[in-house]
Ligand binder design. Structure first.
Ligand code: SF4
Ligand code: SF4
Length: 238
């Protein structure tokens, strides 16, 4: 994103609208830090700029990956939906993607203020690949891996910064302790934050299969956080 400096009148209204703090006022002009900008287009879409000074430059590879991962209106080419993950992960109880005894895992890197560079996404992906996981083929992060067996990313994108990126895969429940060991280790090696999302089929009585697993690590499971039954569709058959 660029600011047309002939149009900017220096009102400063746009500054708080940037989720990664890439806009600053320099004298009487708004200036975008091009390396920090994740191309989310929030400034152009949401900031009340009185002169419509934001200009979206043509986005070409590899920079276009910033927009695919950060702009909520951009449809990822391989998933066909806007957003950074896959829909099935959130609607598991109707799609049945993850069978009983398996956990769907999303590692969501970045989010407001810090964002994430693909260099760090690669570190986490390569660490969890040690478990022998198969990365979700329909996920946009998997699509930019040079080697989905090892989690190695296309080297052209390592310095690209995005609002967030979600690494998706599934593991058998009994691999959960190994996953936690790896995640704790690699969390010390990355220059951003990430959260771990776990999906599993609800137990027949409605309880969450993940609660006892998380409690072992002192984590609290929100029972209604992202339990999505899929707009009236019936639960997936066993
Ligand atoms: S496109 Fe997004 S990241 Fe870039 S300056 Fe605008 S709000 Fe900030
Ligand atoms: S809102 Fe528009 S005019 Fe005001 S500082 Fe930002 S870019 Fe310049």
């Amino acid at each position: 994103m660029l600011v047309d400096q002939d149009l900017c009148i220096g009102c400063g209204e746009c500054v708080p609208y940037c989720p990664v703090g890439a806009i600053s006022m320099q004298g009487d002009l708004a200036v975008i830090d091009f390396d920090e900008c994740v191309e989310c287009a929030n400034c152009q879409r949401c900031a009340p700029c009185p002169t419509e000074a934001f200009v979206q430059q043509e986005l070409v590879w590899p920079r276009v990956i910033r927009s695919i991962m950060s702009n909520v209106l951009v449809v990822a080419p391989n998933t066909g939906i806007p957003g950074r993950g896959t829909e099935e992960m959130k609607t598991n109880d109707v799609t049945g993607r993850f069978k009983r005894g398996w956990l769907g895992v999303g590692i969501e890197m970045g989010r407001p203020i810090v964002g994430a560079r693909f260099r760090d996404v690669q570190k986490v992906a390569m660490a969890v690949a040690e478990l022998g996981v198969e990365f979700e083929a329909m996920n946009p992060v998997t699509a930019v891996m040079a080697d989905p067996r090892t989690g190695k990313m296309n080297p052209e994108i390592l310095d690209e910064k995005v609002y967030s990126a979600i690494i998706e895969f599934a593991i058998p429940e009994d691999k959960f302790p190994d996953l936690m060991t790896i995640v704790e280790r690699v969390s010390e090696e990355v220059d951003t934050v990430f959260s771990l999302e776990i999906s599993a089929r609800c137990l027949p009585g409605g309880d969450l299969a993940t609660t006892p697993l998380l409690e072992k690590y002192g984590c609290w499971a929100a029972p209604n956080g992202k339990t999505c039954l899929g707009l009236g569709k019936p639960p997936a058959k066993e």
